[in-house]
Design a protein around this ligand. Structure first.
Ligand SMILES: NC(=O)C1=CN([C@@H]2O[C@H](COP(=O)(O)OP(=O)(O)OC[C@H]3O[C@@H](n4cnc5c(N)ncnc54)[C@H](OP(=O)(O)O)[C@@H]3O)[C@@H](O)[C@H]2O)C=CC1
Ligand SMILES: N[C@@H](CC=O)C(=O)O
Ligand code: NA
Length: 822
């Protein structure tokens, strides 16, 4: 025998009831025996309570609400039942609704809705739905009969949450099922007393009905049909990657339900659990899906943690003081005082020092809890043996649940790593000795992030999602977007790395989507409907979205952007950037960012600051880390200046070559930053710092090659016009160099702690003579590379290579995140 229970949403509309009909048609062909328990149509129980409350407050408005209720049911009949049968069925429905009307009239006159009347009133919800469904199924040729559960389930008279008399009830159920071998449609939630007064079974009542009937008949399984795919690994509203579990134990189901998963209500499992009857949670709107089996059998699973659950918004009460150490009876008095005030304690922690006891309650009970404890320990508080009671609010509990956790080491390691790397502070920890549940208290604002981070750690360790905030989508940012677009599915499939662009901004617009922007669209389309750009708001939104595995990708050259780096890193968000400004300001600022990133366990990566996509900074860091000493750095660090002096020949206009470099994407947004030596100065400064020298910007000697008028031009366009006027001056320089078989090279050098940048002439014997295109060349002379320096050479500017360098660093963060779980 199978018991099926369809909840309010499953019978909430004509379409839903038709769907139930299809499911049952399928079943009756295969299943020799079954019974079906139904809830009231979605929203009807609440409407009945509301209509009763209105009537009791002598508000005539109840009549209108009653008409709505009538209409809901009449319309369902009209939609489900064939025209020629409609008036017959409507008459039956009307008879029940007349009873409701009479009852409400009485409530209206008496101005009182007793628990007893309320139970009777609510019973009409299930009686109406069971009636309509029975009529519909009969019309569809299924042999069914309605069973009003009040005929078989007997309770005491505790209206609202009545206690079942199992002896009578089990007997009555057996008799009813012996008397009729077809399919019963049974009203959930309702029962009656020995005096035939209608009662209800409390929260989760229809599940309880199914469970009671299942236990009485020793059913093979009880199927709870609802509107979700079974018990999920986490709340899918919070965790988009949550998936449904195949099989869990009763204990796991109870723990998961206690912490927020609303699929089942634990007390309703009790009768089934006692008889060891499995439950299956199924989705009415996705019937081919297997759902979740809840049984007593613990099964080997690839996941030791079965689910992640939470309680939003709790208050955490701490009681501490030296007078608690080694004093027996403190906790008994404490919890006794709370119990007397009916305060429900959700979680308790006590350190073995016994100096404090902390516990969680719902916030609305926090003040009462404080009062109860202060009253109980008035003497100890007055004599300072116990400090005052402290309440922390805006906290939440996150729990990981699973029977197999107890036999699997490293679970708490994963738990705390996932929280720690995302900057989530753990306020308290509790683990039951059954090891079925480990709970941690975190700030309410971190709850979503914590759930997602833990879900990734325990269920998706083979796939990591990195959330990217893209600031600046000009040449480099735009090219990066193009590169990512092409690689998304490859990275996901081959490297288990999902890149989610959750925000994007330029100077005009900004857009956000925590689920990920659709980057198959162009950046122009994506930004079109965005809000007006505002960097402060952008950073605020990043913090508010509070997503795990977050990375800011700053592809601007903006001073305003770098101002926010520190708070971004402090918010546990990594930064990847080609923007050199943050690392080339004061040494103190440079050091502060390095330290902040370290302290918050996040990455601050900027390989593209020097040599674009060429590996320059990371090899230098490796030399340093492995104990080498950097004696000298010499190089051509500007792709723009390299291109210009590799291309510029007598007879060619200098300003035209500069325009070409700009068109090829080598220059800074303002090419004067290249030509005035500033860009190179920044780069040698960054390298000097990475090499271990504490240089300030003013310590770099910069030789500028631009005439004054070019420097002072108001815009880039005006500058290029001024540069046209200076062509003769550059022509002269190149002619002289050529006559001597020499080349012009803009060289940066660092020796000791002396850094210089400037234009030099080199002859064919110099290693920097033979370069082409935007080549950079960097020579590191070190203790280990003394005779022959370590040389890195290759294209050192351009959109594709720079974006690729940024992309590689994003991927490296993703890989690091993946490796945390392995
Ligand atoms: N070109 C190269 O070879 C290399 C470049 N780099 C660095 O890459 C960075 C980007 O260069 P590139 O792409 O050429 O520059 P672009 O000028 O093409 O793009 C800059 C982007 O940043 C946006 N932006 C600027 N300021 C702000 C702000 N305050 N708020 C929001 N958005 C802002 C711009 O918006 P809008 O479009 O509205 O102006 C634009 O989208 C620079 O720091 C550069 O030094 C590093 C290595 C090599
Ligand atoms: N403008 C820069 C770009 C790389 O940093 C250059 O020309 O090298
Ligand atoms: Na580089």
């Amino acid at each position: 025998m199978k018991i099926l229970k369809f909840g309010g949403t499953s019978v909430g509309s004509c379409a839903a009831i038709k769907q139930v009909g299809c499911i049952l048609k399928d079943y009756v062909e295969k299943e020799p025996a079954m019974a079906v328990v139904v809830s009231a149509m979605r929203g009807v129980t609440n409407m009945l309570i509301q209509v009763g409350t209105l009537a009791a407050s002598n508000d005539e408005g109840y009549k209108e609400l009653l008409r709505d209720l009538e209409e809901t049911h009449f319309q369902t009949v009209r939609d489900l039942i064939r025209v020629q049968e409609q008036s017959r069925v409507i008459a039956k429905v009307k008879m029940l609704l007349n009873e409701v009307e009479e009852l409400l009239h009485g409530v209206f006159l008496l101005k009182e809705l007793s628990p007893r009347s309320l139970d009777l009133l609510q019973s009409f919800g299930e009686r109406l739905s069971a009636l309509i469904i029975t009529q519909y199924l009969q019309q569809e040729g299924i042999d069914v009969k309605m069973l009003d559960a009040r005929e078989v389930i007997r309770t005491d008279a505790s209206f609202g949450s009545a206690k079942i008399d199992f002896e009578y009830t089990n007997q009555a159920i057996t008799e009813a099922f012996n008397a009729y071998k077809g399919l019963y449609i049974i009203t959930g939630f309702i029962a009656s007393t020995a005096k035939c007064e209608t009662t209800t079974l409390g929260r989760g009542g229809s599940d309880y009905t199914a469970s009671v009937i299942g236990a009485a008949l020793n059913a093979e399984v009880i199927e709870i049909w609802t509107d979700v795919d079974g018990v999920m690994t986490a709340d899918p509203k919070e965790v988009k990657t949550a998936f449904s579990l195949d099989i869990i134990t009763y204990e796991e189901a109870m723990e998961l339900s206690h912490f927020g998963a609303k699929v089942i209500y634990p007390p309703t499992l009790q009768p089934a659990l006692k008889r060891d009857i499995p439950l299956r949670i199924k989705n009415t709107f996705h019937p081919e899906f297997n759902g979740t089996l809840v049984s007593s059998k613990s099964q080997e699973s690839q996941y030791p943690v079965k689910g992640i659950s939470s309680i939003k918004d709790i208050a955490f009460v701490s009681v501490s003081g030296s007078g608690m150490i080694g004093v027996p009876g403190v906790s008994s008095r404490l919890f006794g005082a709370l119990a007397r005030k009916q305060i429900n304690v959700i979680l308790i922690t006590q350190a073995s020092s016994e100096h404090s006891i902390c516990f969680a309650v719902m916030p609305e009970q926090a003040a009462l809890a404080k009062e109860a404890i202060e009253e109980e320990f008035a003497y100890e508080i007055a004599s300072e043996k116990i400090n005052r009671v402290h309440i922390d609010e805006h906290l939440a509990i996150v729990a990981i649940i699973g029977e197999n956790m107890k036999s699997t080491p490293g679970i708490s390691g994963t738990l705390f790593t996932a929280l720690g790397v995302n900057g989530i502070n753990v306020v308290a920890i509790a683990q039951g000795s059954s090891e079925l549940n480990v709970s941690v208290v975190v700030a309410q604002k971190d709850l979503g992030k914590a759930l997602n981070a833990l879900h990734e750690g325990f269920f998706l360790s083979d796939k990591v999602t990195v959330n990217l905030y893209m600031l600046g989508v000009g040449l480099i940012g735009g090219t990066l977007l193009d590169q990512m677009r092409k690689q998304l599915s490859y990275l996901e499939q081959e490297h288990a790395l999902k890149l989610n662009v959750v925000a994007m901004a330029n100077t005009k617009k900004m857009v956000f989507d925590a689920n990920g922007l659709d980057i198959s669209q162009t950046k122009v389309d994506l930004l079109e409907d965005g809000a007006l750009s505002d960097l402060n708001h952008f950073v605020e939104r990043m913090k508010e979205m509070n997503l795990p595995n977050s990375v800011l990708v700053d592809c601007t050259s903006s001073e305003e952007a770098i101002v926010h780096y520190e708070e971004v890193l402090q918010s546990s968000i990594s930064i990847v950037t080609p923007n050199k400004l943050a690392n080339s300001g004061s040494y103190a600022d440079y050091q502060k960012l390095q330290k902040t990133a370290r302290e918050h366990g996040v990455h601050f990566l900027y390989e593209t600051n020097v040599g674009a996509g060429l590996p320059v900074i990371s090899p230098l860091q490796d030399l340093k880390k492995s104990g080498d000493r950097i004696l000298k750095i010499e190089g051509i660090l500007s792709g723009t200046l390299s291109y210009i002096f590799n291309t510029f020949r007598p007879g060619v206009k200098f300003s035209e070559v500069v325009r070409e470099a700009k068109a090829k994407g080598y220059t800074e947004p303002d090419p004067r930053d290249d030509l005035n030596g500033m860009d190179v100065a920044r780069k040698i400064l960054i390298l000097s710092r990475e090499a271990g020298f504490e240089l300030e910007p003013a310590d770099v000697q910069v030789e500028n090659i631009l005439p004054e008028a070019c420097i002072n031009a108001a815009t880039v366009e005006e500058f290029l016009v001024e540069l046209d006027k200076a062509n003769d001056q550059f022509e002269q320089m190149i002619i002289e160099a050529h006559e001597q078989r020499q080349a012009l090279r803009f060289i940066a050098s660092l020796e000791g702690n002396k850094a210089t940048v400037g234009l030099r002439v080199v002859d064919t014997s110099h290693p920097f003579y033979f370069l082409s295109g935007s080549d950079n060349i960097i020579a590191f002379t070190t203790d280990r590379y003394k005779e022959c320096p370590l040389v890195i050479k290759g294209p050192g500017a351009g959109a594709e290579v720079t974006a690729a360098g940024v992309f590689a660093e994003i991927i490296s963060i993703g890989k690091y995140m993946t490796s945390r779980w392995r």
